[in-house]
Design a binder for this molecule. Structure first.
Ligand SMILES: C[S@@+](CC[C@H](N)C(=O)[O-])C[C@H]1O[C@@H](n2cnc3c(N)ncnc32)[C@H](O)[C@@H]1O
Length: 358
């Protein structure tokens, strides 16, 4: 989409904002702070910015708004749809006809969502709608498909209390008037939530005249691909402190991938086995961080988010970083309010490491 120039500063284009996110550990509230540690970019000589663990996509999107040339990546496909649909995508919005197609019942659909999640997280009519929507999404070209799935994933997080799927209170709460009063979206039909979000997402499709790339890989694999970056932003899961993103967002991942090769376990019917990541377990996180630093040795500037309640401890983490022979500075942002999730509670500190190659 084309956007007008800013009338006070004609050289600065006015880029849209990402619709508000709801994702554990997201950095939406820290963006201005975070970008004070990153040099400025411009579109005639853009700096190459890697967001290696993109989550909600809010940092990658902000880098696009600030005229970086962005590469963004996440292990979870449900996260990738947001960066593919709103960072890589500079042109394609969803039209009224395409939205009608997404909610039509002309294509034969599967029953995965109905079988797994009816009466656990959603009513039968809504899991049926999801199966049909997922089949219809295949009729759209890839960028539009990702945009559609990103919006539906966002609608799904608005349906459940706390915005994640590691608990089983969604249906219970959606029937309690007091809860609905506090959070009306838990009782709204999914289709209505999608249609409310649609204009905000369509307006967030914009071009900064650069071609961005997105991936759905383990970061340790991504970094073996031949590519160069000026800046890497690393925001891996906070191990031992809401690090298990696959438990929190399993329903969105099952919806996105429409798994045929998994079993589904536990009260929440989460998929099994999970995708392999070294960053969320005590036994593997230190070697994974060491490998991350080793594979990124050519990238001049690393900016790394961390939290003082995670494993390894801040002191141990600092030791790992100092072993990379970089110039390291550490910065703290103290949470004054609890934002949900153990990693961002009142009194805990968000840590930012800035590590420059000497
Ligand atoms: C702390 S969150 C990132 C939050 C993000 N910066 C934001 O502002 O929304 C960590 C992310 O890392 C992803 N992740 C976990 N292991 C990964 C791996 N091995 N490779 C790539 N992404 C991974 C998770 O799916 C999750 O989205």
């Amino acid at each position: 989409m084309n956007h007008p120039q800013n009338s006070l500063f004609p050289e600065l284009p006015i880029y849209p904002r990402l619709p508000p996110v709801q994702f554990l550990g997201n950095k939406e509230g820290l963006l201005n702070w975070l970008f004070t540690f990153i040099p400025s970019s411009n579109r005639s000589q853009p700096l190459r910015f890697l967001d290696a663990f993109s989550g909600s996509g809010v940092v990658a999107f902000e880098a696009k708004r600030r005229d970086f040339l962005v590469t963004a990546n996440d292990l979870l496909q449900c996260c990738w749809h947001t960066i593919h649909g709103l960072v890589q995508n500079s042109t394609d919005i969803l039209t009224t006809e395409e939205v009608a197609l997404l909610f039509s019942d002309t294509v034969q659909a599967g029953e995965l969502m109905q079988k797994l999640f009816t009466d656990k997280f959603l009513k039968a009519s809504e899991t049926k709608l999801l199966d049909q929507f997922r089949a219809n999404a295949e009729l759209l070209p890839p960028l539009k498909r990702s945009l559609a799935l990103a919006i539906m994933n966002r609608a799904l997080t608005r349906k459940v209390i706390m915005g994640h799927f590691a608990h089983l209170q969604a249906i219970n709460y959606a029937n309690q008037p007091a809860r609905i009063k506090r959070n009306p979206s838990i009782a709204k039909p999914l289709q209505d939530l999608f249609l409310e979000l649609l204009p905000e997402f369509n307006q967030a499709v914009f071009s900064n005249h650069l071609s961005h790339l997105t991936y759905n890989h383990d970061t340790l694999e991504l970094l073996t691909l031949k590519a160069s970056y000026d800046i890497a932003y690393f925001d891996p899961p906070y191990c031992l402190s809401h690090g298990d993103y696959q438990a929190f967002y399993h329903l969105l991942e099952t919806f996105s991938r429409y798994w045929t090769d998994k079993t589904f376990i536990g009260g929440t019917n989460r998929y099994h086995p999970p995708l392999a990541t070294g960053f969320d377990k005590k036994a593997t996180v230190i070697p994974a961080l060491q490998r991350l630093f080793d594979l990124s040795r050519e990238i001049p500037l690393w900016v790394i988010s961390y939290n003082d309640r995670s494993y390894p401890s801040v002191t141990e983490f600092e030791k790992l970083l100092r072993n990379t022979s970089r110039q390291v500075t550490v910065h703290r942002f103290e949470y004054l309010n609890s934002r949900g999730g153990k990693g961002s509670v009142k009194g805990s500190s968000e840590i930012l490491w800035v590590a420059e190659r000497l």
